[in-house]
Design a binder for this molecule. Structure first.
Ligand code: PBG
Ligand code: ZN
Length: 328
């Protein structure tokens, strides 16, 4: 390292290997309930709420004014009974489909992604459809997920994002979009390398999706399985994913680097998950360091490793901070 190359602000700027963080690189995960006028604070996720569709305007208008460009929707059904196949996922009056329609009219320029999974809607809390013995019925699961994805796309989602991790779901969803003549209109973002992580706790509490028995280790990747993650990324590229995602973010930057190598021509998304968000909040609150510095360094790390899109609960703060750059 020659010190002279980083001794000036411009010199440091020139060393940046990737484009810096922009507003267009931020996608905000939001929780929608079927209680239309609700605004309920989420225990484990500071400053985040479950929102009813009637309150989306007051919630998002100020952020859109600050440059918010995309959101990803998670539905939280609270009023109707869940069942074994997750019928509520594509209920035309359910939270996600209602919110897609509403957001398309309220904010015509906003890019709307919808998370596709069954765990928020099944009585057992697993991400797919099960056999009697509690194991995953793969063909039934992928068929059901494809129906849900097509319903979201038909309602106007610009992007559908399956987070279930069932084998063959990308092909099934792609085929469904082709049959419904929606493939040119709706992007398919795959949670390709999604690890069975200890950092989803606050999210599961927020949406009430903790499995009622067992865990997700049969379909999410083991934390040490870098090779399996590489294969999953290649598989999803072959099956027709438009965007490849790695999740969680900071503990898996090597995998994000692998995604850049294996899918150099695909946009790459990374999900800074609920546990990462809460950890940074807790650390800053405990006086370990400066909140803004923690958040910005986490963004820099993910951009550097190859992210083109970052799903983060820090989106509101970042939209503000991007307008208030600190001295170099
Ligand atoms: C469910 C899903 C999860 C997250 C996104 N979609 C949790 C899980 O797999 O248990 C986690 C997001 C977060 O922690 O912020 N398919
Ligand atoms: Zn799930």
């Amino acid at each position: 390292m020659t010190e002279s190359s980083i001794a000036t602000p411009l010199g440091r700027k020139l060393q940046a290997q990737a484009h810096g963080l922009t507003k267009a690189a931020l996608m905000y995960p939001i929780f929608i309930t079927d209680v239309p006028d609700a605004k309920v604070p989420l225990g484990g996720l500071p400053n985040q709420y479950r929102w009813g569709v009637d309150r989306l305007e007051e919630f998002l208008a100020p952020l859109v004014a600050k440059g918010l460009q995309s959101v990803i929707l998670f539905g939280v059904p609270e009023r109707k009974q869940k069942d074994a196949v997750g019928t509520l996922a594509d209920d035309p009056e359910g939270p996600v489909i209602t919110a897609i329609r509403k957001l398309r009219t309220l904010f015509p320029g906003l890019y709307i992604a919808a998370d596709v999974c069954l765990c928020e809607y099944t009585s057992h809390g697993h991400c797919g459809v099960l056999f009697e013995d509690g194991t995953i019925d793969n063909p039934k699961s992928t068929a059901r997920l494809a129906d849900v994805a097509v319903a979201y796309a038909a309602a106007g989602a610009h992007c559908v994002a399956p987070s279930d991790m069932m084998d063959g779901r990308i092909r099934a969803i792609r085929d469904g979009l082709v049959r419904a003549n929606l493939v040119g209109k709706t992007a398919l973002m795959s949670y390709s390398a999604k690890f069975a992580s200890s950092m989803y706790g606050p999210f599961r509490e927020a949406v009430g999706s903790a499995p009622s028995f067992g865990d997700r280790r049969c379909y999410q990747l083991p934390a040490n399985a870098r090779g399996l993650a590489r294969r999953a990324i290649q598989r999803d590229v072959k099956e027709g994913a438009d965007i490849i995602m790695v999740k969680p973010g900071m503990p898996y930057l090597d995998v994000l680097g692998d995604a850049r190598e294996l899918a150099p021509d695909h946009p790459r998304a990374v999900y800074q998950v609920s546990g990462e968000y809460s950890t940074i909040h807790a650390a800053a609150a405990a006086g370990v360091g400066d909140f803004r510095s923690f958040v910005e360094e986490s963004m820099t790390s993910m951009i550097r490793a190859g992210a083109s899109l970052i799903l983060t609960y820090f989106t509101p703060e970042l939209l503000q901070w991007l307008d208030e750059p600190r001295p170099a």
